[in-house]
Ligand binder design. Structure first.
Ligand SMILES: *Cc1c(COP(=O)(O)O)cnc(C)c1O
Length: 387
């Protein structure tokens, strides 16, 4: 064999013999090798244990999906290249022309735009309902409703919805319940065990936890997920092996991280609650939060997100925002680094005063994703910025 040929084939698909690797390697390969035509035939018939093509399935991705299923208490999990890819694939799989999806009007912006801009093109109707209307979903579920979709806690006010109540009402009406559990994560809030049919999370946030991967996951019963796995092949939203490896590594410390996010956020929230330059604080773990009772009933920890209204409205918030040093000004959440954002300039950007009021968003609002720094450093940073 000539050099070019040898160079391409030498060392590839290396076998570790009788000492397998402790961790899952990154199978950075787009395709898999068959020994013979008989094997290809058997693969297609489903009798050969193997892989065909990484847009379908990849061993590194499958290994991480097993971790995701474990953390969610699910039969199966499907990993996607982003949270949005997961949501879009779920909706396109579950809904068809003539169906209706009911969605809480306080919802992640990307989800809102899928319902508003994409689903109508497919002839799928969407109905937005308020948090109060979702308290009794049986009142809003209609003959064409196929899916009820919501979040809890909700960005940025961290309002909570009684998950068991929504799940039970959906089950009674024969409608699927789907929930975006990104903010709480399954460590704090195991929604499948509360009766939700389909769980979705952005892995970009707490699951990976290190702000260096974009990803999404759907989890639930195998039978529910099987058609979504097929749709994922078509739409091509599966995660690549390299970020999947990073996600799998990040997830090993997730229960520890989430506990510390909870503890740090509670410390910060308690400090901010009595600060003279804070007008209002939103943290489901505080008795002052309107949904504290609901949160207590369904969350084992209250998460790392804390939102505040700063005295002095927009000017006050802008000033505090720029004075923070340890807490970085950045979108997203759920990483080890504490970050802050202004809902008015991010999730609620471009809304009219009336729409802002409806979403419960003030101009002096700052959203904090409390990370894993020492809580005393975060408190000192906020105290200095608020002075
Ligand atoms: C970030 C986020 C998403 C979207 O996830 P991506 O990974 O950014 O695509 C969906 N829902 C919530 C609540 C989020 O915070």
């Amino acid at each position: 064999m000539k050099q070019a040929t040898k160079l391409i084939h030498a060392g590839e698909g290396i076998d570790t013999g009788q000492t397998p690797s402790l961790t899952t390697p990154i199978y950075e390969t787009s395709t898999f090798v068959f020994a013979s035509v008989a094997d290809v035939e058997q693969y297609q018939e489903g009798t050969l244990n193997g892989y065909l093509y990484s847009r379908y399935e990849n061993p590194t991705v499958v290994a991480v999906e097993q971790k995701l299923a474990a953390v969610d208490g699910a039969e199966r999990a499907l990993l996607f290249s982003s949270g949005m890819a997961a949501i879009a694939t779920a909706f396109i799989t579950l809904l068809k022309a003539g169906d209706e999806i009911i969605c809480c009007s306080a919802i992640y912006g990307g989800t809102f735009h899928i319902l508003e801009d994409l689903l109508p093109k497919l002839g799928i109707a969407r109905r937005f309902v308020s948090i109060d209307e979702l308290k009794d979903p049986s009142m809003v579920i209609g003959p064409k409703t196929k899916l009820v979709w919501f979040e809890s806690p909700i960005n940025p006010t961290l309002r909570c919805i009684d998950i068991r109540a929504v799940a039970a009402a959906c089950r009674k009406a024969g409608v699927l319940s789907g929930m975006d559990n990104t903010f709480a994560s399954a460590v704090n809030q195991p929604i499948l065990s509360m009766g939700i049919d389909l769980s979705m999370q952005s892995c970009t946030k707490y699951l990976n936890g290190h702000s260096d991967v974009t990803g999404g996951v759907l989890s639930g019963a195998t039978a529910l997920l099987a058609p979504m796995a097929k749709m994922r092949r078509l739409l091509g939203g599966i995660m690549d092996p390299m970020p999947a490896f990073a996600l799998g590594r990040g997830m090993k410390t997730m229960p520890l991280r989430v506990l510390q996010h909870n503890a740090n956020a509670l410390s910060v929230a308690r400090f901010l609650e009595s600060h003279r330059n804070i007008e209002r604080i939103y943290y489901p773990g505080l008795a002052s939060h309107p949904d504290h009772a609901i949160a207590k009933g369904q969350m084992s920890g209250f998460g790392g997100m804390v939102t505040i209204d700063v005295r002095g409205g927009k000017d006050g918030a802008y000033r505090v925002f720029d004075r923070l040093k340890v807490i970085k000004r950045a979108a997203s959440l759920g990483g080890v680094e504490s970050i802050c954002s202004l809902p008015m300039l991010t999730s609620q950007y471009g809304l009219t005063d009336e729409e802002l009021a409806k979403a419960g968003v003030s101009k002096g609002m700052i959203r904090l994703s409390i990370g894993l720094e020492d809580a005393s450093d975060l408190i000192a940073d906020l105290d200095h910025a608020l002075a």
